[in-house]
Ligand binder design. Structure first.
Ligand code: GTR
Length: 424
């Protein structure tokens, strides 16, 4: 009898322990209690009272922590070896825009890699401010424009998009145009630049392809524990585009707004944190490892993301799987690394997996750092109503609908960019 009771008790407690970590929590009352790390207190407990202290001590130590333990360090420098204008036209987007397709090439370790940036620029603007961001299925999916070149890089199979044998095809032209309000962007006087993320690093747990091998040491086969995962590799690619924009007279390189959705929203945040040339950053539904606070363990968790996508973060990040409480930082401090530049965090009501409240709170808890610079952030921890954006230097909205990028989102981003950058 005693043994039976013991066995039952054992099963019961292990079940509880198991479900605490393995069930996906969507219940606000079950969010664990935790202390939000103070962005204005150094790891050795000193208060940061001014911009100087923030920039000299706190910002560098936070950046270092995220580099070493979350996204991974880029292990060396690699410059563009050549730039080629592969195609251009002055008759795009109903005659309103010029189009360029620019190939950037890189060489090292007897290897090479190239990727193609698709750029639309409004005709009536001399040096255009620019939204730039990655796409998931190739440049030709963001528009019906028949002149957009189809990438021959590896792509995840998707039958409804006509992607079989990991090759992109004509069948997927324009299938994602609903996510890219190009004409609205052009009409508002902005350019748009996009790249297929698979050209920089195919999104699979394999470090023999993409950009990583170009920076391996002799005999290295995968990044070291503190070296770049795929998100850091994709961010690196955005910075190389920025290198190119600095040389293109049609682009205002001081007004490049880096945008990304979901895993590519995690990427835009990391790009904004690591490269201060980006004038503003937008994270659309970026969720776990993006804007959402990890310690809330709401929706997707650190353990789950590391298990399902082992290549996204650096190996050191696995230390925090089922162990978020040990993290000396949280994602609001990633947002704070973007200060004082404008940052927009956006959520979708039905995208519980990405933890909208956790995304909102990150914007709120990053605000003290913006305040140091006398910039306005999010002043209350009460979430705004759906479809009621709060647009300060730190901006936030939660819109109705699912995990997606919609015209509503773009309309907000344009309005906010006008106020933050264009009219300044
Ligand atoms: C999901 C992943 C999320 C998010 C999303 C996406 O499967 O769990 O973190 O990044 O993919 O990128 O669409």
């Amino acid at each position: 009898m005693k043994i039976l009771l013991f066995v039952l008790l054992f099963i019961f407690t292990t079940q509880i322990a198991f479900s605490q970590w393995n069930d996906v929590n969507y219940d606000e009352s079950k969010v664990p209690q935790f202390v939000v790390p103070n962005p204005l207190k150094t790891f050795d407990g000193r208060k940061v009272r001014n911009v100087k202290k923030w920039e000299k001590k706190r910002r560098p130590e936070l950046l270092e922590f995220f580099s070493e333990n979350v996204y991974g360090k880029v292990p060396g420098e690699l410059k563009i070896s050549s730039v080629e204008v592969v195609e251009e036209s002055n008759d795009a987007i109903n005659g309103k825009a010029n189009r360029k397709q620019i190939e950037l090439s890189f060489e090292k370790n007897d290897l090479n890699l190239d990727f193609t940036i698709l750029i639309y620029l409004p005709k009536n603007v001399e040096k255009a401010p620019l939204f730039m961001g990655y796409n998931f299925y190739g440049n030709h999916t963001v528009t019906e424009d028949v002149n957009v070149i189809i990438s021959d890089s590896w792509a995840r199979n998707n039958e409804s998009f006509g992607i079989i044998n990991n090759q992109l095809t004509e069948q997927s032209r324009g299938v994602r145009d609903n996510r890219w309000a190009i004409e609205k962007i052009i009409d508002a006087g902005y350019g748009l630049a996009t790249i297929y993320y698979g050209e920089i690093d195919p999104d699979k747990d394999d470090f023999t392809d993409g950009i990583h091998p170009l920076l391996y040491n002799d005999n290295q086969e995968e990044p070291a524990n503190n070296e770049w995962g795929s998100i850091a590799a994709w961010s690196w690619g955005l910075s190389r585009c920025m290198d190119y924009f600095e040389t293109d007279n049609d682009i205002d390189e001081s007004k490049v707004i880096v945008f990304g959705h979901s895993r590519l929203g995690k990427t835009s945040l990391w790009a904004g944190a690591t490269d201060q040339r980006f004038a503003a950053v937008i994270s659309n539904d970026s969720g776990c490892g993006g804007a959402a606070l990890s310690k809330r363990r709401f929706g997707e968790t650190v353990w789950r993301i590391n298990k399902n996508f082992p290549h996204w973060f650096c190996a050191n990040f696995k230390e925090y799987s089922k162990n978020e409480q040990a993290l000396p930082v949280d994602q609001h401090e990633l947002i704070a690394l973007i200060a004082p530049r404008p940052v927009y965090v956006a959520s979708a009501e039905d995208d519980k997996w990405a933890d909208p409240r956790g995304e909102f709170l990150s914007a709120f808890y990053a605000t003290p750092v913006y305040k140091l610079y006398e910039k306005e952030g999010i002043s209350t921890d009460k979430m705004p109503e759906v479809n009621q954006p709060v647009q300060n230097t730190v901006a936030y909205h939660i819109r109705t609908g699912k995990h997606d990028v919609t015209d509503f989102d773009w309309e907000q981003y344009i309005k906010w960019a006008d106020a933050q950058l264009k009219n300044n």
